[in-house]
Ligand binder design. Sequence first.
Ligand SMILES: [Fe+2]
Length: 436
Amino acid sequence: MPGKLHDWPAWREFGSKLASEAIDDDFVKAKQDVIREYGEDKLRSSWLAVCKELQKVTEDIASKRNDIVPILDADELLSKGFRESDVATIRQTGCFIVRGVIPEDDARRLYQDLQDYVRDNKAHVRGWPAESPSMLMLYDSPTQNAIRSHPKHMELQQMVNSLWHDETGQTSSQPLIYLDGARDREPGQPFLGLGPHIDAGSLCRWADPKYRRVYDAVFSGRALEHDAWDLGVRKDADQDLFKGPAHSTVLRSFQGWTALTRAAPKEGTLLLYPNLLTTIAYVLLRPFFRPPTDPDSDVMDPETWMFDESGWFPGTFKPESQYMSRTSHPHLRLEDCLVHIPVMEPGDTVWWHCDVCHAVDPVHEGKENAAVVYVGACPSTPINHKYIKSQLEATLAGRPPPDQDDGTGVSEATFKGYRGHEGLNELARRAFGYNL
Ligand SMILES: [Fe+2]
């Protein structure tokens, strides 16, 4: 079966409260606020509808596996735009692949450049996890800047942003460049640090009143009417309310990466849960219900779950992304529905909506390094503008991007081979914040 995980990795489980899950007043208040605003009946009504819908969703994914992920061709997409049928599928899956965004030979050359850059500055390039560093804390290398600012890539970023809508007139699909890292993973390196999770914050989804408004339909008993594409509401959400290295200040309409090498299932690639609406609704409602304690009860029957007013949010840690697991989120049927993306070639890109569950391949059993540059799609919004402006100021002052600055980094401007922003065209300079 394509994309099937045969052995479930030793990712963290959140079915019972861990000692490390400290519940403080912020958790208690967040839950109380939602209950006070919406009430048990509406939450339960959504819970039942979402769990029922998940039966269909999970059956569909379990039978199609990664065949469900739309694959588009860059040249066709850029010349003709998204087909209606593609948009309909993307709205459902929340993810897609665009092949051939960077010509393959160029991508291979850019990978060689990145390897040279890392080798030439070895003493200063840091990576994580410490035991097998593959996530490179590099943000301004010539390779990254070449990919982010590539005319085809930038045009694609704008198209990806345009999948969202906004009636407030305060945003646009004009892309901004968020400086993110790169990954270069050698064969044999295990990586269990990023099991099934959703980025763009964790507790803040419930705790920030503006973020909560994004999910108003979910909490109002109309979960399946949730509009996951409303930038007018989402633009105000504070996904960095509780500070943590996992949270980006900016909203990315879609996260994404561009392959510098071939990346295949079980060879250090990405896993996606190819569903958007029902999954995020389930994750948001899950803390308000606890499973039956009677061993004879059917956990998969949502009617048996009891209302939970405790301060526990399973898989929720303030500084981390939102995590899910088999035991804490059983209706997601993660073992059947978390799928490896199809084989990627150098220059291909993968995109997933900021509310889509994903994981980093726990194993790399291939023969070659698996390398990617993280380039998502970042729309123009007031919060994003503010951050990109501060990011540019930091870069020009020789500091790391504010979201990545732990105070211990060495200025990349001093690296051998550093080229800064030379050669950027006008559109790219705008995306890097020069007009802000
Ligand atoms: Fe992630």
